[in-house]
Design a protein around this ligand. Sequence first.
Ligand SMILES: Cc1ncc(COP(=O)(O)O)c(C=O)c1O
Length: 408
Amino acid sequence: MPKLAIRGGKPVRDRPYPKWPIFDERELEALKEVLYSGLWGIGGSKKPEFEKKFAEYQHAKYGVAVTNGTAALMIALKACGVGCGDEVIIPPYTFMATATAVLDVNAIPVFVDIEPDTYNIDPKKVEEAITDKTKAIIPVHIGGRPADMDALTRIADKYGLSIIEDACQAWGSEWRGQRVGAIGALGAFSFQSSKNITSGEGGIIVTNDEELYQKAWSLHNCGRKLKGEWYMHYLPGGNFRMTEFQAAILLVQLSRYDEYLKRRMENAAYLDAKLSKIDGLRPMRRDERVTRCSYHLYIMRYDPEAFGGLPKNKLAEAMRAEGIPLSPGYSRPLYREPYLSYYAKCPLSCPYYGKKVDYSKLKLPVTERACYVEGVWLPQYVLLGSKDDMDDIVAAFEKIKDNINELT
Ligand SMILES: Cc1ncc(COP(=O)(O)O)c(C=O)c1O
């Protein structure tokens, strides 16, 4: 009789992990309030209230609530003056929007490898990638774990670059006690449906700089000026405004966020301790400068050699059959994605840029290993479970390891 569920055995668990999104009557009431107010977009009070509260929550002075995280990144880039002929340094282990935001403002993404034990951009390699065309760096706080903002800030200051934080997975995460987002010039957050705070779709830009705030505000609102004439458009903006319904939901979501963040952090620490005892699994490095982490993803490094050579996607399939929603995560570096051919003429061979970009020969070894071999993750809602729920994860890994002969 096979033991592993993928071969017909009994799964470790048949109960689901907490269902996401979590909501209650308060979201319903908030939505009703907006519905009956008749102010569903411009003129309502929820969006400004959320902008103020979320910016404060991230230790920032200003917030501009937008349609999604992708728009937040593009607006942040434009607000910093990034455009044709500019290079922007980014990591390739991230969601595609980090790269397309750069390309869609006609700038060139310059991919820099990640650290092997955090999967965040490696500051030691950033400096080597700087040229006279570099304008900005986008560190992505991957899974919610802040990138090394000390080292990156030093580099940005030395070369006069803007830092735009891709904090789309990092609500409430802290680097040495300071919440991410406005450590650099501007930060972008996402509230898409898988995210730890969600309104289905949505995003926000935060900053401490009043001028950048005014530009970001204008860019998200058709190029208008704050308190300016309605049909006067100063910047090449568009309509990227968040609706009142989204803001109303997000205000409620934010009010219960700290409780959930604490639970995710406790369960992540528990898993770190338990999983690091299994040969072939390594949690990410703990760094005391990371004082809070959102754990949008619980990322770990898997060594197939310790599991009879089982590839990570097969491990994920076997874990899912056991009732654990393990994901193989990003499975190719962003510089290997087909979307890049769309940009082959502009901006990648733009005469204005003066160079021709060819990513086909690029090979960043840490990213390639993370994508093709070792990076696997659990989604955030799993970390909202009980200690028993965490023990099931450990039990499933052990069970697969003990019965690896059924898979290899
Ligand atoms: C790291 C990162 N950047 C950018 C985005 C884009 O956010 P959105 O989907 O809200 O446009 C996401 C969303 O998945 C993300 O995870």
